[in-house]
Design a protein around this ligand. Structure first.
Ligand code: BV8
Ligand code: ZN
Length: 244
C-alpha cells in the first residue's frame, strides 16, 4: 500500500460527505466494454451514428440493435470489486453520493443505494410520445419496441449526445458536489460534459480530489491524489476499516 493510499484512506475514514463520479472504466473488469481505448465501443462505431437523437430518427432499428447488444452483454456480467468497494464506502460515510455516467446498473447490483444515473439507464424504456417509462430487463426485445399505452416507438432511457441531462438529477449532482469534502473520479476519461465538470466544481469548493484510472486524463495533474491502476484492484484498498 503506498503512503498516498493510506493517507487518502484515512481522509475517507474521517470525511462526512463523500462524492464519487464513475465512468465506464469501473465496469471494465466486469467485462463491460468501455467507450474509448483499444477495445472501446467507439473504436468500431461512431457515437454520432448510434448515441444521438438524430441517429435514432434516421435508423431506429440500428440504434435499437446497438442497445439490444449492450443489454445482452450487460445482462451476462456481474459487479466487480470496484463496485463492491464503493458500496462498502457508502455504508461507512455519513453522507455518500455515487454519480455515475454508466447505464449498466452494476452499482445498484453491488449494493450502492444513493446513485445518480446522470446518463440514464439501459434498463429503462421510455416513450417520447406519451412519456410512459418502464423498467425492462427482458432478453429479447422486438427490433422496434412499442409503447403499451400509445403504440409509439420506445427509446432507451439513456441520455444521448446533444441531449440535456435530466435537470432534477443533474441539479442534485451539482448540489452534493458543492457540499462534498472528498471527491473520487473513478474510471472515466473525463471527456464527456457536463459530467467531467464535476471534478473542477469539487476542487472549487475545496474538496480533496482523487482519480483512479490506469491511464492519465486531462484532470490527473489537478488532482490531489492520482492512482494509476485498475479500479477493481485499487478501490478496495481505499475503503477504511469499518471500525476504524
Ligand atoms: C449535453 C449514455 C447540452 C448513452 C452517454 C459536439 C457535438 C455534440 C455534443 C457535443 C459536442 N461537443 C461537446 C458536446 C457535449 C457532449 C460531449 O461532452 N461530447 C464529448 C464526447 C466531446 N455532451 C453531451 O452531448 C451531453 N449533453 O451537453 O447537452 C444541452 C443542454 C441543453 C439543451 C440541449 C443540449 C450528453 C452526454 C451524455 C452522452 N451519453 N452515455 C450510452 O451509454 O449509450 S456518454 C458515454 O460516455 C457514457 O455515458 C460514458 O460513461 C461516458 C463517458 O465516457 P467514460 O465513462 O469516461 O468512458 P470512456 O470509455 O471514455 O473512458 C473509460 C475510462 O476508464 C478510461 O479513462 C480508461 O482509462 C478507464 N479504465 C479502463 N479500464 C479501467 C479504467 N479505469 C479504472 N479501472 C479499470 N479497470
Ligand atoms: Zn407511449
Amino acid at each position: 500500500m503506498n503512503k498516498d493510499m493510506e493517507s487518502l484512506r484515512n481522509i475517507l475514514g474521517k470525511a462526512r460527505r463523500i462524492c464519487v463520479l464513475t465512468g465506464a472504466g469501473v465496469s471494465a473488469e466486469s467485462g463491460v466494454p468501455t467507450f474509448r481505448g483499444d477495445a472501446g465501443i467507439w473504436k468500431n462505431h461512431n457515437p454520432m451514428d448510434l448515441a444521438t437523437p438524430q441517429a435514432f430518427d434516421r435508423d431506429p432499428e440500428l440504434v435499437w440493435e446497438f442497445y439490444a447488444w449492450r443489454r445482452m452483454r450487460m445482462r451476462e456480467v456481474a459487479p466487480n470489486p470496484a463496485h463492491f468497494a464503493l458500496a462498502a464506502l457508502e455504508r461507512i460515510a455519513p453522507h455518500f453520493t455515487l454519480i455515475t455516467q454508466n447505464v449498466d446498473g452494476l452499482h445498484q447490483s453491488a449494493g450502492s443505494e444513493n446513485v445518480l444515473e446522470i446518463h440514464g439507464s439501459i434498463w429503462t424504456l421510455r416513450c417520447p410520445h406519451c412519456g410512459a417509462e418502464e423498467e425492462n430487463r427482458e432478453p429479447d426485445l422486438p427490433p422496434l419496441p412499442r409503447c403499451a399505452d400509445c403504440g409509439g416507438l420506445l427509446r432507451p432511457g439513456v441520455v444521448w449526445f446533444g441531449e440535456p441531462l435530466d435537470a432534477r438529477v443533474w441539479d442534485r449532482a451539482v448540489t452534493v458536489i458543492s457540499e462534498c469534502e472528498v471527491f473520487l473520479s473513478v474510471g472515466t476519461s473525463a471527456l464527456v460534459q457536463p459530467a467531467a465538470s464535476l471534478a473542477l466544481a469539487a476542487q472549487n469548493v475545496g474538496a480533496v480530489t482523487a482519480e483512479v484510472n490506469p491511464e492519465p486524463t486531462e484532470q490527473t495533474e489537478a488532482m490531489d491524489y492520482a492512482f494509476t491502476g485498475k479500479a477493481g484492484i485499487l478501490l478496495p484498498g481505499l475503503v477504511p476499516e469499518q471500525n476504524a
